[in-house]
Design a protein around this ligand. Structure first.
Ligand code: ATP
Ligand code: MG
Length: 567
């Protein structure tokens, strides 16, 4: 579990991962009449995260690739935890990644009548019984993998009594927790899931779709395979923790299926990412306790968090392709995800000038009141993206970190008496500074060389450093939210103790006086990605107003992953 894999997971000689190969084999063998139907089965009890994306990219992706269909099925079998708020959000997030279920939207609750009928049939056939023991007692009797379980004293109840009790359970005559319906299989089975698993429990909370029609609700193992069957699903792809459930899946499905059609379950490894948690329960806790600013907090691994952070659908798909689908658990480096978004945005993001930690630069020999328009490439990686103009004036903003009064040897930015180039403009030479009473630099003075304007022959003169800048009189003030890892440790799920104690206390830094060039200020639209030259990739946050644009930092320019791979 803690092993971190660096290599890209391999596909086979046909360019297929092992799940796809299984599908291709089944289709070639003519199984299920040559039909392919997958499904994505989220439980509407939270927002989708990037692990879910890995799952539904497989479900929808395989259907697309091999001419099948993919159902979206809400696994709404527990009214205590589920909500329609989540249903809408889940649909939106799947659409965001570019997938669509067409008219194949289903709910497990649609099958409550058929599932109930099947349970009644199994009772009549002596394959299920009502157990009146407490859940603690049932758990105690379950045994261990090396020690067989014990039979419940209610195991051999007569069929008529079981039927009567099951109907009355569903009428609401008994309290929650007072009885369950169990499959009568084998308390000594090597597979713990076969030791008389619970099929139904009593829940009195009304269901958001079926109201108070039902007082008994099916457990996952009794609902899932049958729902697949009722829908015509052929390949039920899920994660590795369901491997031990597979025999039970097959056991129940056999009660319905025949040779002409039978769904099968295939399992792949979950996505786990360093410096984050993927459990819905833990993510919900972070939201509820205000430890993050909601499900769409840009530090969250949720799809809406990633979207607000500036991740693109294609970067997420590319990442999932890189990590692949395997049969062994792994922990993936978050740097690989960052690498994917960086690669994507490098191709597409418009370059703009922004100063995040401004200090004033005054060009003492530049005419007061003069403005020249300097031409900037929108994307040097793709010149078809065109150019835009940026005003150049006597007073400019530059980054405070780009100036040092007493620089070390290899400092090629600005320092007294040294020349640097202002990107796309002139070569300048620093002549002095003004400090406030605390010794903090308030203004930097320099002279510019008119012969060195970009495009003129004098611009060829060699200087070591190039700085970005923004014209002071036309700059617009903006807020920049800078994010770091949500957790301070690499694998929070592997640590003892409370996971909340492992949160990184410095995961959000806000700068409120960044200066952005006017061309950018004119086109602020939430969700738009930019590269701030020399700083990184940023996205416009929905909190932006025309007066105060707000940006989230997606990721810096430096690729730590590429470095990691070279080691
Ligand atoms: P829980 O069941 O604990 O509420 P869950 O994350 O498994 O949480 P589901 O709504 O049941 O939530 O998940 C829907 C599908 O997404 C399942 O098929 C599940 O296997 C898959 N899935 C969930 N987490 C991951 C993950 N980290 N990586 C890959 N697939 C995942
Ligand atoms: Mg689940």
């Amino acid at each position: 579990m803690t092993e971190i894999i660096k290599e890209e997971a391999t596909v086979n000689e046909n360019g297929l991962n092992f799940v796809e190969q299984e599908i291709v084999n089944d289709l070639a063998a003519g199984k299920n009449g040559g039909r392919l139907n997958t499904r994505f089965p989220p439980e509407p009890n939270g927002y989708l995260h990037i692990g879910h994306a890995k799952a539904f990219i497989m479900d929808f992706g395989a259907a697309e690739k091999f001419g099948g269909t993919c159902n979206l099925r809400f696994d709404d079998t527990n009214p205590q935890k589920e909500d329609t708020e989540y249903v809408e959000a889940i649909k939106e997030d799947i659409h965001w990644l570019g997938f669509d279920w067409g008219d194949r939207l289903y709910y497990a609750s649609d099958y409550f009548p058929q599932l109930f009928d099947l349970a009644v049939r199994l009772i009549k056939e002596g394959k299920a019984y009502v157990d009146e023991q407490s859940s603690e007692e049932i758990a105690r009797q379950k045994g261990t993998p090396t020690r067989p379980g014990e039979n419940s004293p209610f195991r051999d109840r007569p069929v008529e009594e079981n039927l009567d009790l099951f109907y009355r359970m569903n009428k609401g005559e008994f309290e929650e927790g007072s009885m369950v319906l169990r499959a009568k299989i084998d308390m000594a089975s090597d597979n713990m899931h076969f030791r008389d698993p619970i099929m139904y429990r009593i829940i009195k909370t009304p269901h958001w779709r079926t109201g108070d029609q039902w007082k008994v609700y099916p457990m996952y193992d009794f609902a899932h395979g049958q729902s697949d069957y009722f829908e015509g699903v052929t390949h039920s792809i899920c994660t590795l923790e369901f491997v031990p459930h597979r025999p039970l899946y097959e056991y129940f499905v056999k009660e319905l299926a025949d040779e002409s059609y039978c769904p099968r379950q295939i399992e792949f490894n979950r996505l786990n990412l360093t410096y984050t948690v993927m459990s819905k329960r833990k993510l919900l806790q972070l939201v509820k306790e205000g430890l993050v600013n909601g499900w769409d907090d840009p530090r969250m691994p949720t799809l809406r968090g990633l979207r607000r952070r500036g991740y693109t659908p294609s970067s997420i798909k590319e990442f999932v392709k890189k990590i692949g689908y395997t049969k062994y658990e792994a922990l993936n480096h978050i740097e690989l995800l960052e690498h994917s978004v960086r690669e994507d945005l490098n191709k597409t993001a418009t370059r703009v000038s922004v100063i995040q930690n401004p200090v004033k630069l005054i060009l003492t020999n530049y005419p007061e009141g003069q403005t020249e328009m300097m031409t900037m490439d929108n994307n040097p990686e793709n010149l078809e993206e065109g150019q835009h103009e940026m005003p150049f004036t006597r007073e400019l903003w530059i980054e405070r970190e780009d100036f040092m009064e007493n620089p070390p040897k290899k400092f090629f930015r600005m320092s007294p008496d040294k020349e640097v180039r202002l990107k796309g403009a002139y070569i300048i030479k620093c002549t002095g500074v003004k400090k406030d009473e605390n010794g903090e630099i308030e203004e930097i003075y320099a002279t510019y060389d008119p012969e060195t304007r970009s495009g003129l022959p004098g611009a060829d003169r060699k200087v070591k450093g190039t700085l970005h800048w923004v014209s002071a009189p036309t700059a617009v003030e903006a807020e920049i939210r800078d994010y770091d890892r949500l957790f301070a440790v690499e694998n929070p799920s592997a640590e003892e103790g409370d996971f909340r104690d492992l949160l990184n206390p410095d995961s959000l830094k806000v700068r409120t006086n960044a200066k952005i060039e006017p061309w950018l200020a004119e086109r602020i639209k939430a969700g738009d990605n930019y590269q701030f030259v020399r700083l990184g990739y940023y996205v416009v946050d929905p909190d932006s107003t025309p007066e105060k644009p707000v940006f989230n930092k997606t990721i810096g320019l430096k690729d730590t992953w590429a470095k990691e791979m070279k080691k």
